[in-house]
Design a protein around this ligand. Structure first.
Ligand code: RUQ
Ligand code: CUA
Length: 659
C-alpha cells in the first residue's frame, strides 16, 4: 500500500507497519492481537492510546460532557437504562444502571455463589444440571462434583418480539463448558441452562429478532470430530464446527448445522429469514499460523426456511439426539452460503434499519457490509457471494465490533489502535461504489484495546443513539493499581451530539465481554417472588412437603424417614419457625425455608455454620438445601441478610448427635 493510499485511509505508516510486521513474522500472539502495542503502551505512556490517533482523548468530566447529556444520577434518582453486562470468566451476568454505570445486581449463572447459594441449593442444582449431556453427568459423578464450578459468560442478549426487546428473557453462552443459559427477567434469576452436545466452544450467541425469539443461535467455535459425519479423533482433516439453534421458549435444541472453519460471532437479521456467523480459520488449521494463513475467511449465512424444510424432509442425521444438517462449504449445501471476507473476521452486527450486516475484519483494517436484501438472489444462485458486499471501509487496526446510533452511523472498536471509529454507513456504500467520500466521521481514543461496544437499544429497531459503551480489555493506568491482575475498563461515551464524548471510566472484574443496553421501561422485574407464578422454582420442595403433609407457608416441622431428615421452617423477621432441631451423625438432612414476608426487599438467608451452607431466601421464596450431617456437635444456623433490629438474634441450632 502506498503512503498516499494509507493516508487516504486514515492509517499512519507507522500503525500500518505494526500489523504488517506482525503478519509477515507470521506469528502470532503478540503482533497479531496487538499485544506488542500494549507493551509499548506500558513503557511509554505517550503512545499508550495507540498509534494513528486522530483526536486527543476527550477530557472526562465527572458530571456531564460539555453540552451533552448528564451522566450524574443523584441520590435517590434512577437510571434510564438497564445494562446486561457479561461477567466473563466470573461466569455471572451483571446488571448495571446507565448512565451512572452503577452495578445493581450480580446474577449467578455458570458460577457458584456464596451469597445466594447458587450451585449449592437444590433449586439451583436442578437448573444447573437438568439439561446436561449424559457425559457431563458421568464426569460430575466421577469427580465428586455437584455441578460444573466454572463458566465464562460471554454474550448476554435479550429476547425479542417484532425486532425489539420484549423484557422476557436474557440469554448468554458459556464457551468453557458449551452451555447456553436463560435468565428470567421477572425475577432476575437463571431459569434454564442447556448443554449443547456435538459442538465445542459455544461462543457467539444471538436471539432471533423477528417475528420473535424464537431461535437462539449459538456458534461452536472449535472444529471437532462429529459423530455421524466421519469425524476421527486422530485426523483433524475430518473436524468441523457446529452451529446450533435453540428453542428460546423450551430451551431444547431445535437443530444443528455442520459447517467449515471456526465460527466466531453471530447475529440474526431483522426479517426472520437469515442468520449469520463470522468464520475464521477457513484453513481449519490447529496453530495460530495455520489458522490465520488465508487472506480471506468467511461469513456463513444460514437460510432458516431452507433448514426448517430440510428438517421436515428428513435431510439430517441424528447425532447424540440432535438433528444435524450438512452445511459444509464442500457439500454445496442449500442451507448455507459462504461469503469471503478479509482475514479472520470477528464481530457480526446487524444495523437497526434491518438492511445491513457488518463483519469486523480483526486482522484486516476493514468492516465488510452485506446488503441483506441481496441474500435471496445469492441463495437462488443468481449472484456471486461477493456481490452481496456493498461497502468495505478501512477504519483502522483491529476492528472487532460495531454498534449503531439509529441515525445511520456505525461505531467500530479498533482493538490495536485503541480507538473508537464513528463512520457513516451510506457514505461507506458510496465510497465503495467509487465516490470520493470519507465515511469516517470521528475517532476517539479509548483506554485501552476495546473489544465489544454497545449503544443504547442499538441492536433493536428502536436504537436511540444516546450512549455508547466501549468494553476495553486493558485498563493499565486508568485506575489505582490493584496488583498484577488489573480490572478491565468500561468507558461511557455520549453519542447524542455530532461528536462522541468520553465521559466516564468504569472498572470491572474479569472480564466483561459484551453488554446489552436496554431502556428501563422494557424490563419490569417483580418486587417480591410470586407464590403462584414462580412455584416452578421450588416445585421439588413443594412436592416433598405435600407428601409430608406440610404447608410451606406455615411450616414448622421436622420429618424423619430412616436416616433422612426433612426440616421445614418459615422465616419472618426476626425468627425461624424452627429454633432448634436434632439429627444423628450421618443423616441426610434437607432444610426447606420459606420466607413469608410480603414486603419488598425483606430478604432473609439461611447459613449453617461449619457445613459450607448459605442460601438466599427472598420475600415469598422457598429455598432448600440437602447435605449429610457429618460433623457432630452444636451447629448454629442464622440469617445472613441484615433484616431487622434483631437480625443477629435470627438464629437456631442443629444438634448432631455422634454415632
Ligand atoms: S467475542 S471481543 Cu467472545 Cu464477544 Cu469479541
Ligand atoms: Cu432475617 Cu437477618
Amino acid at each position: 500500500m502506498s503512503d498516499e493510499k494509507l493516508e487516504q485511509n486514515g492509517l499512519s505508516r507507522r500503525s500500518f507497519l505494526g500489523t504488517a510486521a506482525a503478519s509477515s513474522a507470521g506469528i502470532a500472539g503478540a503482533g497479531l492481537l496487538g499485544l506488542a502495542g500494549c507493551s509499548n503502551a506500558e513503557s511509554d505512556k505517550g503512545t499508550a492510546s495507540g498509534a494513528g490517533s486522530a483526536a486527543p482523548a476527550a477530557k472526562a468530566d465527572a458530571h456531564s460532557s460539555e453540552g451533552g447529556q448528564s451522566i450524574h444520577v443523584g441520590p435517590g434518582e434512577l437510571d434510564q437504562y438497564y445494562g446486561f453486562l457479561s461477567g466473563g470468566q466470573s461466569g455471572e451476568m451483571r446488571l448495571i444502571g446507565l448512565p451512572s454505570m452503577r452495578e445493581l445486581m450480580r446474577i449467578p449463572v455458570f458460577n457458584m455463589d456464596s451469597a445466594t447459594g447458587w450451585g449449592r441449593t437444590n433449586e439451583s442444582l436442578r437448573i444447573l444440571n437438568e439439561k446436561n449431556t449424559p457425559e457431563t453427568n458421568a464426569f460430575l459423578k466421577a469427580s465428586g462434583l455437584r455441578c460444573l464450578p466454572n463458566g465464562d459468560l460471554h454474550h448476554p442478549h435479550l429476547s425479542f418480539t417484532d425486532q425489539t426487546y420484549d423484557g422476557r428473557y436474557a440469554y448468554a453462552n458459556d464457551k468453557a463448558n458449551n452451555r447456553v443459559c436463560r435468565v428470567d427477567l421477572g425475577i432476575m434469576k437463571t431459569d434454564k441452562i442447556v448443554e449443547i452436545p456435538n459442538a465445542s466452544g459455544i461462543h457467539g450467541l444471538r436471539p432471533q429478532r423477528y417475528p420473535k425469539t424464537g431461535y437462539v443461535f449459538a456458534n461452536g467455535e472449535h472444529i471437532v470430530p462429529v459423530d455421524g459425519f466421519g469425524g476421527k479423533v486422530d485426523d483433524p482433516k475430518t473436524w468441523y464446527s457446529v452451529y446450533t439453534a435453540i428453542d428460546g421458549e423450551t430451551m431444547d435444541i431445535a437443530w444443528q448445522v455442520l459447517v467449515d472453519g471456526n465460527l466466531d460471532n453471530g447475529d440474526a437479521d431483522y426479517q426472520g429469514k437469515y442468520s449469520f456467523s463470522t468464520c475464521y480459520n477457513s484453513e481449519r488449521g490447529l496453530t495460530v499460523q495455520a489458522a490465520s494463513a488465508n487472506e480471506q475467511d468467511w461469513v456463513v449465512v444460514f437460510d432458516l426456511a431452507a433448514i426448517e424444510a430440510g428438517i421436515k424432509n428428513g435431510d439430517f442425521k441424528e447425532v447424540n439426539g440432535v438433528k444435524m444438517l450438512d452445511g459444509r462449504a464442500e457439500a454445496n449445501s442449500k442451507y448455507t452460503r459462504y461469503i469471503p471476507v478479509p482475514n479472520s473476521p470477528h464481530g457480526c452486527n446487524a444495523s437497526p434499519d434491518g438492511k445491513y450486516i457488518m463483519l469486523n475484519g480483526k486482522l484486516s483494517p476493514t468492516v465488510t457490509v452485506l446488503d441483506v436484501s441481496k441474500l435471496d438472489d445469492l441463495f437462488a444462485g443468481k449472484i456471486q457471494p461477493r456481490d452481496v458486499v456493498v461497502a468495505e471501509p478501512q477504519l483502522g487496526l483491529g476492528p472487532l465490533h460495531t454498534a449503531f446510533d439509529g441515525r445511520g452511523n456505525a461505531y467500530t472498536t479498533l482493538f490495536i489502535d485503541s480507538q473508537m471509529a464513528k463512520w457513516n454507513i451510506e457514505d461507506a456504500i458510496k465510497a465503495y461504489a467509487g465516490e470520493k467520500i470519507d465515511p469516517i466521521k470521528q475517532k476517539i481514543d479509548v483506554h485501552y484495546q476495546p473489544g465489544h461496544n454497545h449503544t443504547t437499544m442499538g441492536e433493536t429497531k428502536e436504537a436511540d443513539g444516546k450512549w455508547l459503551v466501549s468494553l476495553n480489555k486493558f485498563s493499565k493506568d486508568r485506575f489505582l493499581n490493584a496488583g498484577p491482575l488489573k480490572p478491565e475498563c468500561d468507558q461511557l461515551i455520549d453519542i447524542s451530539g455530532d461528536e462522541m464524548k468520553l465521559v466516564h471510566d468504569n472498572p470491572t472484574f474479569a472480564e466483561p465481554h459484551d453488554f446489552c443496553l436496554v431502556a428501563a421501561s422494557k424490563v419490569n422485574p417483580g418486587k417480591t417472588w410470586d407464590r403462584t407464578k414462580h412455584a416452578w422454582w421450588w416445585k421439588d420442595a413443594a412436592d416433598m412437603a405435600a407428601k409430608d403433609g406440610v404447608e410451606l407457608e406455615k411450616a414448622a416441622k421436622v420429618v424423619r424417614e430412616g436416616n433422612k431428615v426433612r426440616v421445614y421452617m418459615t422465616a419472618v423477621a426476626p425468627a425461624f419457625s424452627v429454633p432448634q432441631f436434632e439429627v444423628n451423625q450421618g443423616d441426610e438432612v434437607t432444610v426447606v425455608v420459606t420466607n413469608v414476608e410480603t414486603i419488598e426487599d425483606l430478604t432473609h438467608g439461611f447459613t449453617l455454620e461449619g457445613y459450607g451452607i448459605a442460601m438466599e431466601v427472598g420475600p415469598q421464596q422457598t429455598s432448600s438445601i440437602t447435605f449429610t450431617a457429618h460433623r457432630p456437635g452444636v451447629h448454629w444456623y442464622y440469617c445472613q441478610w441484615f433484616c431487622h433490629a434483631l437480625h443477629m438474634e435470627m438464629s437456631g441450632q442443629m444438634i448432631v448427635k455422634p454415632k
